[in-house]
Write a protein that binds this ligand. Structure first.
Ligand code: GMT
Length: 374
């Protein structure tokens, strides 16, 4: 098939999943055309069957806001026509599914639109009265709609009253990157003693990630267990988190590492990963940790309980229940046998239930269906 992919090309989970999907489809022999504002993270020109079409926006004095969505629609229509695309797979309803709808109109309907919902477009924007009708419209007008968890489908129906069929297609990771790595010097380099346990949190430090809860949990854990917390990523809450770490007097035990490319290496020295978000449609970082053999502790919200099997590959805790989360984390770190069993179960879950080829095949089946239902 000839498949166009549009996503936010930045480092976020949706961009990673869209890029990995494109790469996997190209490896299977499909022709893949990325139509994005810049080269997606992890994509370069060394891949067979992959093409990149950059969307550029003209800025004229009359435009108070440069019309990216229209430039994208126009570029999509050009690529559909020139490259004879069968499928245009857009990640995020706003603005990508809307631009795709316009592009499809411009080419007289000669393409099928597949829209994947990743979360923020529904759980945050779906509540915004200036956008909710547009989001619903773009979903209803797509030929096939997928979401990254059952919970996201539930929320889409609840918030937007969408009637259309939505298929759950879970996220996946590239096992060639995420697997337990041999790490000889990493602990030493980060001034962590061999015997110290390592907790890790990775996110974009938005309010919904509740990184303050992570720090408060660690504050309790380190009283019981000799341990260090790695904070990986950057975002608006980081200054507040830095201050909290100082106020709690744990600066010597917290390593604030900013954005890092060597995530698999950092996960490989970690004993537990915490994701305590208040909104999380899937939690790709959980899968990354699990694939590296790291048990995970997450909150009982969104798609997190669909990723972590409670008491098997990690623990599911009540949102904001700092004491219970700390107690479960201590239990996991103290009980070697429990930790080993959970590490094995976590890796198995990530690499079997969320196996890349299995998920990529699910998308292929949906593409076929979209073409068949023409
Ligand atoms: O979590 C974010 O803030 C980034 C956002 C994105 O656009 O990548 O993540 C969303 O999509 C990911 C990939 O499907 C999911 O793993 C994340 O759970 C989801 N984030 C939220 O729902 C908050």
């Amino acid at each position: 098939m000839k498949i166009g992919i549009t996503c936010y090309p930045t480092v976020g989970g949706s961009g990673i999943v869209a890029t990995e999907l494109g790469l996997a489809l190209a490896e299977k022999g499909h022709e893949v055309h990325f139509i994005t504002s810049s080269l997606p993270f992890r994509l370069d020109d060394s891949h067979t069957n992959i093409y990149y079409h950059e969307v550029s926006v003209s800025s004229y004095a009359v435009f108070q806001y440069p019309p990216y969505d229209l430039a994208l629609a126009s570029k999509m229509a050009d690529v559909i026509k020139e490259e004879k695309l069968d499928i245009l797979h857009v990640h995020y309803a706003i603005p990508h599914a809307v631009s795709a709808f316009l592009a499809k109109e411009m080419v007289d309907g000669n393409v099928r639109i597949v829209t994947t919902l990743h979360g923020t477009d529904i759980t945050v924007l779906g509540d915004d009265p200036t956008l909710s009708n547009m989001i619903r419209f773009s979903i209803e007008k797509s030929d096939i709609v997928t979401a990254v968890s059952d919970d996201l489908i539930r929320q889409t129906r609840e918030l937007l009253h969408v009637k259309k069929d939505i298929h759950t297609v879970y996220n996946f990771i590239d096992e060639r990157i995420y697997h337990p790595r041999a790490t000889v010097n990493t602990k030493k380099e980060l001034q962590i003693k061999d015997e110290q346990k390592v907790l890790i949190h990775i996110s974009n430090f938005r309010k919904v990630k509740r990184v303050d809860d992570v720090v408060r949990v660690f504050h309790l854990v380190q009283k019981e267990i000799d341990s260090v917390l790695l904070l990986v990523g950057d975002g608006p809450e980081l200054p507040i988190i830095r201050q909290l770490v100082k106020d709690l007097g744990i600066s010597d035990r917290v390593r604030i590492l900013g954005s890092q490319k060597r995530v698999a290496e950092l996960l490989s020295i970690s004993d537990v990963k915490l994701l305590l978000s208040s909104k999380e449609s899937f939690g790709l970082v959980l899968l990354e940790a699990m694939a590296c053999g790291v048990p995970v502790v997450g909150t009982d919200i969104g798609g997190i309980p669909e990723v972590i099997e409670d008491n098997v590959s990690g623990f599911i805790c009540k949102l904001g229940d700092i004491e219970d989360i700390a107690q479960k984390t201590v239990e996991l770190l103290e009980d070697e046998r429990l930790h080993e069993n959970m590490a094995i179960a976590a890796r198995k879950r990530a690499t079997v239930d969320f196996h890349k080829q299995k998920i990529v095949h699910q998308y292929e089946v949906l593409y076929e269906r979209a073409l068949h239902d023409k």
